[in-house]
Design a protein around this ligand. Structure first.
Ligand SMILES: C[S@@+](CC[C@H](N)C(=O)[O-])C[C@H]1O[C@@H](n2cnc3c(N)ncnc32)[C@H](O)[C@@H]1O
Length: 334
């Protein structure tokens, strides 16, 4: 409890203002970066990072992360050959997947000397660094706790890089439900992360391509995934609204929406009770049934991604896909 108390003396400003904007509907979704919070004490209900790992482990064989792993296993030699020789791998939003996603590519390149694990969750970046260094004793790892969409990423090396951006993370961005601007917004995502790398760097981007509503619902309705998404309300309670009894993190349920014309899948928090609380001295009133999109997961077919890459002024090289076209790893030259 001591840690919790310390935490409550300092509210993280960005989390506070993003939450305020979200509840005031000035910010459309993209609370994703606050979802992977670690518990701070025994019995802490904030379990986002733990629940993500649980979902990764127990999700079924059609899950996009499993499909992505299969693509890497099948095509790692070809992927490496596209960009060889490379001395550095930068793993954007590495999560806990370095052994699954990154290790096979390191084996295929045979020339990797440096590994940079980038994640806003410092524990994830640290554990990926450790995993790769233990498996490949000749490789120097670096854990980088940085928002990959902002410039000046403190990397160990600026040249000779292959970028991995896996797990559909590039498809988590802010947009109104049913946005008409999905392709332009994806182009902006590409422009933003690319600013950290020299022109000509090759990036591999894992993104779900399926447009099959039933398949998506079936996957995301998994209890472990629902639990992961809705756990963010506990993160808000612990970090942001700890002094507001009118906010109840348990009075929310997970819901979903799919907007195929926008390639947009929405993960939603729906209020189960009326709630009212104060932020910036303003009363926020939530009504039973109100929906707030926690995050968007955009799913782009290959042609839409090609258009976004072109709009960003980059070169689309190749699509590596699983046998059902569910997941695709896009190779692009930045
Ligand atoms: C969907 S998981 C993907 C994990 C892994 N790459 C995979 O393929 O399984 C997204 C990861 O990106 C991290 N992340 C999300 N937004 C980020 C940001 N803006 N900057 C850095 N890391 C971010 C999260 O903490 C999380 O570990």
């Amino acid at each position: 409890m001591q840690l919790q108390h310390l935490k409550q003396t300092a509210r993280p400003a960005a989390f506070y203002s993003d939450t305020y904007d979200w509840f005031r509907r000035k910010r459309w979704a993209h609370m994703e970066k606050y979802q992977y919070l670690e518990p701070l004490y025994d019995g802490d209900p904030v379990q986002g990072a733990v629940l993500w790992r649980k979902w990764e482990k127990i999700s079924g064989p059609t899950n996009m992360l499993k499909k992505q792993q299969g693509i890497i296993q099948n095509y790692c030699d070809e992927m490496a050959a596209l960009s060889a020789p490379r001395g550095t791998i930068v793993d954007l939003g590495c999560g806990t997947a370095a052994l699954r996603n990154t290790a096979p590519l390191i084996e295929s390149y045979k020339t990797i000397k440096r590994y940079n694990a980038v994640d806003l969750n410092a524990a994830y970046a640290g554990s990926c660094k450790k995993d790769i260094e233990s498996l490949f004793p000749g490789i120097n790892g670096l854990a980088v706790c940085h928002d990959f969409m902002t410039p000046s990423m403190p990397l160990s090396h600026r040249d000779d890089i292959a970028v991995l951006f896996m797990g559909g993370t590039i498809g988590n961005f802010e947009a109104r439900p049913e946005t008409p601007d999905a392709i332009d917004l994806m182009a902006r995502q590409i422009t933003h992360f690319a600013q950290n790398f020299p022109r000509g760097t090759i990036a591999f981007i894992g993104l779900e391509a399926t447009q099959d509503r039933q398949l998506l619902y079936q996957d995301y309705i998994h209890p472990a995934h629902q639990e992961f998404e809705i756990a963010m309300m506990h993160g808000i309670k612990r970090e942001v609204l700890f002094d507001q009894p009118g906010f109840d993190p348990d009075a929310w349920r997970y819901a979903m929406a799919w907007f195929p014309k926008s390639y947009q899948f929405c993960h939603i928090a729906q209020a189960l009770e009326d709630q009212s609380f104060y932020m910036f001295d303003e009363k926020i009133e939530i009504r039973t049934g109100d929906n707030f999109v926690i995050d968007n997961s955009f799913k782009f077919p290959v042609e839409a991604m090609q258009e976004a890459v072109q709009k960003a002024g980059k070169e689309y090289l190749k699509a590596f896909s699983d046998e059902d076209g569910r997941m695709v790893i896009h190779a692009i030259r930045l």
